[in-house]
Ligand binder design. Structure first.
Ligand code: FAD
Length: 292
């Protein structure tokens, strides 16, 4: 095994057939190593020389048993393909928002190869899956040389393509609190062309609370900042004041648009992103609280 020369695009290739092996190989190769799952984000980055790993550690031999339920959580192993999420009756029943969002990821080729662990690890601020995991108040389970830890989604997405995972850790599972019969959700996005990343997207979860008339809302915006953005209580205040009614929805949507400072780029101007945020927040909220 020899390290590739500096600035060379050549890399070593190693396979891991379990997480422990992946962690060992990661430690062996240090900073120069990259894990590869579906390769749908990493391979384009390597092709463009935006990533030049000294070694690729292939996670594909790791067998994934598909989503299951565990004490009120839907557990999705990191190597679960987007296609398997879409085909899962458990996801359709207990987390329809995830099913809708995953159906909007890329195209059928991307969904056949891409994995949920790859999507949360890649942490693209326009990615559908990070938005939904954050809106759900999910947890990301990571494993490293010193054991396993569970990171709340609120603390996981730090900035562009950066998560709270340490260099020597791997993501092994995503855990989402199962939605109840009375809970609502809404997800909407705008893309410029079929298969594009979203220009802006909004994910809303509305959890009913026995003691209160107003559901607990978690509203997440994607494509408007360096990470998926969870709206704060101040922005959702109209719901506390007015209850779940159309005026509250309008006010929250306006607050959301006023609260962001999106960038202008080749895909959309900042003003257009703000306008999309207002429209999509209104639609997703209305759907989540049953007024859509
Ligand atoms: C044409 C095209 C369109 C696309 N459209 C969309 C879209 O609309 N929405 C969207 O969200 N995505 C889109 N994608 C990206 C796609 O969803 C990827 O599948 C996803 O972002 C990454 O998953 P992956 O399994 O392919 O990860 P990889 O590309 O293999 O890895 C991505 C990153 O995550 C790291 N990684 C992977 N697995 C783990 C793990 N278990 N633990 C720690 N780190 C890990 C890798 O080291 C790498 O840094 C698109 C891709 C293409 C090519």
């Amino acid at each position: 095994m020899s390290a590739a020369a500096p600035n060379s695009s050549a890399f070593e290739y190693q396979t891991a057939d379990c997480w422990e092996e992946a962690i060992k190989l990661r430690a062996l190769w240090g900073e120069g190593a990259k894990l590869i799952a579906g390769g749908q984000s990493l391979v384009p980055m390597i092709n463009l020389r935006l990533a030049m790993p000294a070694a690729l550690i292939d996670l594909n031999p790791i067998v994934s048993s598909g989503p299951w339920l565990d004490q009120g959580e839907l557990v999705i192993p990191a190597m679960t393909r987007h296609r398997a999420v879409l085909d899962s009756p458990l996801v359709a029943t207990h987390f329809p928002m995830l099913a809708k969002a995953v159906g909007l990821v890329g195209n059928v080729r991307v969904r056949n190869r891409g994995t949920i662990g790859g999507s949360v690890s890649h942490a693209d601020p326009t990615g559908e899956i990070p938005c939904v995991v954050l809106a759900a108040g999910g947890r990301i389970v990571v494993q490293g040389p010193s054991g396993m830890r569970s990171v709340p989604a609120d603390d996981f997405f730090l900035t562009y393509l950066t998560t709270a995972t340490d260099l020597d850790e791997v993501v092994t599972e995503i855990r989402l609190p199962v939605a109840g019969d009375q809970d609502g959700w809404g997800f909407d996005e705008v893309t410029r062309r079929f298969s594009d990343f979203a220009t802006v997207e909004v994910a809303v979860s509305a959890r009913s609370r026995a003691s209160e008339e107003i559901p607990e809302l978690r509203v997440v915006l994607g494509g408007v900042a360096d990470r998926p953005l969870l709206l704060g209580e101040d922005i959702l205040e109209p719901f506390r004041r007015l209850g779940a009614d159309p005026q509250a929805i309008d006010e929250v949507a306006q607050n959301a648009a006023n609260s962001i400072s999106p960038e202008s780029d080749v895909h959309a101007s900042a003003d257009y992103r703000r306008r999309l945020t207002q429209v999509l927040t209104r639609r997703s909220l209305a759907q989540a609280v049953g007024l859509g």
